[in-house]
Design a protein around this ligand. Sequence first.
Ligand SMILES: Nc1ncnc2c1ncn2[C@@H]1O[C@H](COP(=O)(O)OP(=O)(O)OP(=O)(O)O)[C@@H](O)[C@H]1O
Ligand SMILES: [Mg+2]
Length: 329
Amino acid sequence: MSDNRFLSSDTKKNDIEHDAKLRPRDFSEYIGQKRVVENIDLMVKSAVKRKAAMDHVLLSGPPGLGKTSLAMIIAKSIGSELHVISGPAIEKKGDLAAVLTNIAPQDVLFIDEIHRMHISVEEILYSAMEDFRLDILIGQGASARTMQIDLVPFSLIGATTRSGLLSNPLRDRFMAHLHFDYYKPEELSLILNNNAKKLGVILSEDAKIEISTRARGTPRIANRILRRVRDFALVQDHEKIEISDVHKALDLLDIDKLGLDSMDRKILKVIHEYYSNGPVGIDALSATLGEDKQTIEEVYEPFLLKEGLLLRTPRGRTLSEKAITHISI
Ligand SMILES: Nc1ncnc2c1ncn2[C@@H]1O[C@H](COP(=O)(O)OP(=O)(O)OP(=O)(O)O)[C@@H](O)[C@H]1O
Ligand SMILES: [Mg+2]
């Protein structure tokens, strides 16, 4: 069960509902991220054998790569309930304490965007994770005392797009740190195979390849393109989705040959036009773009860096030759 009170925003809620149908239901449908899955598989099997909670694990990586989906599969494999909360949405210690005291033994607590949790709330987690105990300070000054509440053994899965922003005490309490990488086109193709079936559509081979190479290495984006392509084929009574349908959908979604969307291109263009290809600091860039600094760093930059379009130097962000050529076309 997820506790909707602590979800960060409506968009997130919509996303979760939208993704539901296409989410992998078990490990067999969970494609790629081999190292992550190997580690998790071992931890899950060990937990089941020990009849104990799985060790706490930190999942990090860019948005849409399958962190939430994996947490759901973990809980299902252990046969326990998944409790989903969003770090920044919990404002008071008491809110987190309420969640922690309401879970059953071996349940999985998933905290999304855990790097954005309020520090005072985060501190509650230290003893909860280490000793399955809540230390709560009651009163103030000389009369202050600590009350301890025992918790049942549970497993915490933290998800973050920026593991570097986690505080050391929190990071140290995770037994495993697993990092997600962008997916290879072949892996996205396998995901598209499964999801085309779930949506009841037939994809031609080259349509599938086209989607998988333009999806920014991200299953969520591959799914988004697939849905739009399905709409096209449906409206035009095409029985099979051809590459021309994909191209029309990509145009509508404003996704270019390199898989960049309009915001990605805007970032490159601003650096080109306003800052003579860089270097430019993140604060200046964020002000010029009118986009939140954190969003630029967490959502857009990782892919631009991975594709070698953006370079990070001590003096700021710079465009590569590849980027300059790309935006001048
Ligand atoms: N390994 C995978 N195999 C198949 N489908 C996947 C996989 N990973 C992700 N997906 C698909 O991508 C969608 C988005 O994944 P998910 O919500 O798990 O990402 P996330 O890492 O939690 O993103 P965010 O950081 O934004 O919360 C899922 O609904 C699912 O359909
Ligand atoms: Mg998620």
